[in-house]
Each structure stands twice: as C-alpha cells, then as structure tokens.
Design a binder for this molecule. Structure first.
Ligand code: V47
Length: 622
C-alpha cells in the first residue's frame, strides 16, 4: 500500500522503514515514538498498520456491562468504584437483576466487578449458566485475571480448574482488565494487594491454552513512566507470540476522580491518548485489534483514534460504573446509531461484530471484501479505493455477507461464488495456479489410499479447499474419511491422521515442516496431475445489482492494481515476507506462481470442478 508521510521528525524515518517492511519495533523505537512531537506522522504510521490489518473496518458490538457487585476485598488507590460491605452505596446484584439488564438484541455481556468476600463459587457458575440458558445467542466475556486469581485462592481450585468450570458454565472470553501496568514499582505504590505481571500473564496463558481468547489492557496516565508502558506492551507481545490468544488491546486512560493520585482535572491529554493508541498499534504487531474505549477516552478522542490505529470501539456498553465513579464525563452507554455515526464520520465501515470479531452487519454501502492471505495481495496492494471501502474477512464469512447482500464485491472462494452465481457476476480476475499452490496443503501420515476411515482435521475458513480435498479423496482415490473441524489458532494436531492447512499458515508449515506429519500433498498439484488443468481457488465477482458504471470502475481498479503489483513484484514480496515468515525471494516466487486472470483453461477448470461438486452432492445424499 502506498502511503506518503511528510515527516517533520527525522528520527521517525528508520522506524517508518521498519513498519513498512513489517519489522518488529524495539523498546528504544517505542521511546522515540512516545517522545516525538510529530504526532500526525505517528498517527499516520499507526493508521498504515491499521489499514493493512483491518482495511476500512471499525468494529463494534451490541453489548451490556454488568458489574455484579462493587463490594471488594481490595483497596486499590486508583479505583473509585470499590467499597466495603455495609458502606453507603454498596450493592450486590441478584441473578434476576443481572438477567433484567439483558435483552435478546445484545451480542456480548461484559461482566467484571469487586472481589466479594462472601459469595460462594457456585454463585459465579450459576450467573454464567443462567445467562447462557436465558440468552443463548449472547456471548459472555467475564472476569479479569484478578478475579480468576481470587477464585483460585478462595475456592482452592487450580487456575485451570477455575477457567475450565467457568467455560463449561458458558464463559466465552476474558476481558483484559486488572493488568494495570506491569511494573512492581507502580504495583507497590497503587495496588499492592493485586496480582502483578507474572500471575496476570500466566492466567491469560492458561486461558488461551484452554481455548478461551482474551483481551489485554493498560491503565495509563497516572504515575507510570514511558519505559514502564513500553515494558508492559513488550511483555504482552511476548505472550501473544506464544499463544496467539489475545483478540484486542485496550489502553485505559486514567480517570483521576477522587482517587487523590492526581487532581481531578489532570486527566490525560488528547495528545497522550492518541499517542498511546498509535504506539500500541505499532508495538503490538501481533495483536489483531486495538480498541478506542470511548467510555474513558470521550467520544471525540475515540473518533480521532479511529485514524490513529484503533479499529474497534467496544460497543454500546449499556451502563458502566468503574470509570464513571471516577469522574468519566462520557455517557454511560451509547446508542447504536451514535456509534455508527462516529465510525462513518471517521470515514470507516461500521462493522457490527460478535465476541470473536466475526462481522454480523455492515452499515455502509460499496464494500469490497478482502481475503487476508498473501496470494490476494496483488489485487489490494495498490488499490485506489475511490468510492470502495475494504473489509478483510475469511472467505467463508465473505460468502455469508454476500448472501445477505452486504458486500458489493470481493474475491470469492470458488464454492461460494458457485453457490451464489445467480446474484453475482464474475469479473475477469481470479486466483489460480497451474501446478502447485504451496498454500493449500494436506499434511499427512498416510498415503492417499491409506487414508480410508481416517480423521482429517480441517480449518473451516474456506469451503473450496475442503471441497477440493473431498473430491480428490472420493473421486480420484476412492477413499472415504472423517472430516473434523479444528478451531483456528489451535496447533496441537496430535488427534488427527492428516490436517488440511490453507493460506499463510500452510506456507509457513511447508517451509518449517509440521511436527508429526511426514507427507505433504499440494492440492493444486494433485488437481493438475489429474485434470491437466489449473485450479481456480477464488474468483472476483460483483453483485449483479451494482450499477454498470461502478462495475466498470471496479474492473479498472483491479486491472491497475494488478498491473502495478506485477511491475513491482519484488517490492511487494519484500514488504510481506517478514510478516509471513518467508524470505523475500520465496515470497516473490510464491506470488509469481499464480495466474490472476481468467482465461479459457480456468473457465474449463471451473466447469469440471462444478460437475464434480454436483456428483459429490448426489453421492452424499444417497
Ligand atoms: O482493570 C479502574 C480500570 C479496568 C480506573 O476487555 C480505571 O474488552 C481508569 O478492563 N480510571 C476495568 N480506569 C475495565 C476494563 C475493560 C474496559 C473495556 C473493555 C475491556 C475488554 C476491558 O478499569 C480495571 C482498571 O484497570 N480502572 N479504575 C480509573 N479510575
């Protein structure tokens, strides 16, 4: 993606080079970023990373905050929310009161509160179960690491037991609170009774290992130093390298209120808030999302943050106490329409999401879907967006959004295109390979014929690769297997006899090998040897209802973008190599292996594949 930044601070130039090449930033780089007065260049760098990751999307969720009690055994200096039992204003909610706060339109409930001295373990499990039972479409994000640690000690359960039982009762993800700042100095001063960095990180590691994704926060703007902020970010980045289980990072601006730590009016400046967002986006190169939590930032700062690296606004929130008890001036909840307006005004696509960041509704027209794999980069790298906005989605999600008319166009997985042929018009572009693809691979312990009755793990992101594998197994080799869905991000494949990997993960595993699997089958090679035809994995298509002039415009944009990428293939390859974990040469070679234009042989191949799909459907219906 081309982006010109007119730097006033020359110290930012080497960092910009690193950012463009996908190189990791150091603690020292972080210092330079925090210290710079060239705030707009900092924001533009972060926006560059944001756009590469999230396109034009800004996510929000219809959510409700529930703080079951403010009674807390701790007395953290920065907290104006917690009280002791019997204090004026102390409250304890019944489960009926919690349920009364929820409505069926909400997708996420965010639960966190005081560490209550008397509540039994069963009460927490019961909350989860009752919410889950009464609102099955609602996902629960509950309990910070501080609460998990409290349960572990109070109820004499291991951390894993606590997490496992909560998960069984209905908890889906964990919020990022309680991290504060990973500094022993600050901990001793402000929250000496609370867990520090080690236990906080261990609890999140354990959650990720149990398949519970989580968020992370930093509380900034009190007594912490820039170096302490950076240590915090680097520790989180390290854990994310290990587990990949963090969904988003939320910088929480300190609200001084009556805490006595700072005078009430010495809240963080907008410049400090925007720097914190931008530096987080740049340092946390492995975090999918950065949240502009409007509750603490104010609506105005949050809206600017959407062009400073943040791609998520949390949600409607529906009544918040922690920040408001400490003097936050934002409303305690926000109407969905207002969130949509703020996101639109920032020039972004308002994307209503579920707890896992799957898009549910888009509130803008002219949206083009982007497959987040390296092989589609040539189409998007130089795209002049003009009136189109870009939404990165998995191929499968793209199919779902298109079926409900929410996407104007996109690079569709072939199976999705074939399913929606009636409403879509194919453009002249595709992703096809002649003899090998290198990124749709079956890692196996058995030759094709020995796979009979065996279990194959599949990632469900795209239907085409799975159907191609089924066709090869059944129609080419006459073998029947069991397909079992793997959760994405999971890398323990020991229960499978073979696994189908696709995209950048497959590319990496091809290079580094996949422990436990000796044979690697390239599905495009298999198809080519069998049919003597290229295989078409994806095709560009546009909704038939889009006016002709805009279809032409899109066709032009794709043509130009592709031509530019082909002329600069070395630069394109180099800029993506580090992110993928390949060398520049390997990346260029990979990209050069694709055919991006649909010709006669590609059309013939699509026809053959469609015939086989129909045959397979007939067999499966028998
Ligand atoms: O952990 C307490 C902070 C956090 C103050 O995971 C304060 O999606 C500012 O973690 N000023 C709880 N902050 C909130 C939280 C959160 C919020 C939104 C989304 C998510 C998520 C998580 O609030 C606490 C603490 O760090 N906090 N007092 C204060 N005076």
């Amino acid at each position: 993606m081309n982006q010109e930044i007119h730097f006033r601070d020359a110290l930012l130039l080497p960092i910009w080079k690193k950012v463009q090449e996908g190189e990791r930033l150091s603690h020292e780089d972080g210092r330079t970023l925090f210290r710079t007065n060239d705030v707009l260049s900092l924001g533009k760098m972060a926006h560059f990373v944001q756009k590469n990751r999230s396109g034009d999307a800004v996510y929000f969720v219809l959510n409700q905050k529930i703080e079951p009690t403010n009674v807390c055994v701790l007395s953290c200096k920065f907290c104006n929310f917690a009280v002791k039992q019997g204090d004026a204003g102390a409250y304890e909610m019944t489960i009926a009161e919690m349920l009364a706060k929820l409505t069926p339109d909400i997708h996420e409930v965010h639960m966190t509160g005081g560490l209550h001295p008397d509540w039994p373990w069963e009460y927490y499990l019961e909350m989860m179960r009752k919410i889950h039972m009464n609102f099955p479409n609602l996902d629960i994000k509950a309990f910070t690491a501080v609460e998990i640690d409290f349960f572990h000690r109070k109820f004499k359960l291991s951390i894993k037991e606590v997490l496992h039982e909560l998960k069984e009762a209905g908890m889906r993800t964990m919020p990022g609170g309680g991290a504060e700042v990973f500094s022993e100095r600050v901990r001793k001063e402000l929250f000496p009774q609370k867990i520090g960095a080690g236990p906080w990180l261990d609890i999140h590691r354990a959650a990720h290992e149990l398949g519970i994704p989580s968020n992370a926060t930093i509380l900034y703007g009190h007594i912490e130093t820039i170096d302490e902020r950076l240590d915090h970010l680097i520790k989180l980045r390290g854990l994310q390298d290990e587990t990949g289980g963090f969904l988003s990072f939320i910088p929480l601006a300190f609200q001084p209120g009556d805490t006595g730590i700072k005078p009430r009016e010495q809240f963080t400046s907008a410049i400090d808030d925007l720097k914190m967002i931008a530096v987080s986006r740049l340092m946390l190169d492995n975090f999918p999302h950065i949240k502009a939590y409007w509750v603490m930032l104010t609506e105005e700062v949050a809206s600017v943050a959407l062009n400073f690296g943040a791609d998520d606004m949390d949600g409607t929130v529906g009544g918040e106490r922690i920040a408001h008890d400490a003097g936050a001036i934002s409303p305690s909840s926000m109407a969905k329409d207002q969130l949509i307006k703020i996101i639109r005004d920032a020039g972004k696509i308002p994307v209503e999401r579920d707890i896992y960041y799957n898009p549910i509704n888009l509130y803008t027209k002219n949206v083009v879907g982007k497959i987040p794999y390296l092989n589609s980069v040539p189409f998007y790298e130089n795209i002049e967006r003009r009136q189109f906005k870009i939404l990165p989605v998995t191929p499968r999600r793209m199919g779902v959004l298109s079926a409900s008319g929410m996407l104007d166009a996109g690079l569709f997985s072939l199976v999705n295109y074939l399913q929606q042929q009636e409403r879509l018009e194919m453009l002249e572009y595709c992703i096809a390979t002649r003899d090998q693809v290198k990124s749709v691979l079956l890692f196996s312990n058995h030759g094709w014929h020995d796979l009979e009755g065996k279990t194959i793990g599949i990632i469900d992101d795209t239907a085409t690769s799975v159907m191609l594998l089924k066709i090869l197994l059944q129609k080419r080799y006459g073998v029947r297997t069991v397909f079992k869905r793997m959760n994405s991000g999971v890398n323990d494949y020991s229960e499978f006899d073979a696994v189908l990997l696709i995209g950048d993960e497959a590319l990496r595993s091809r290079k580094n090998g996949l422990a436990g699997f000796e044979i690697v089958y390239d599905l495009a090679t298999e198809w080519y040897q069998w049919k003597k035809l290229p295989f078409v994995f994806a095709v560009w298509a546009v909704q038939s209802t889009v006016p002709q002039d805009r279809k032409n415009e899109l066709q032009d944009i794709l043509q130009q973008s592709l031509r530019r990428a082909e002329e600069n293939v070395t630069a394109v390859g180099t800029s993506h190599a580090k992110r993928i974990g390949l060398s520049a040469d390997e990346t260029v070679e990979y990209l050069e292996g694709f055919n991006y234009r649909i010709g006669k042989r590609e059309r013939l191949s699509i026809e053959r594949f469609q015939e086989l799909l129909l045959e397979l459907e007939r067999i499966e219906q028998l």
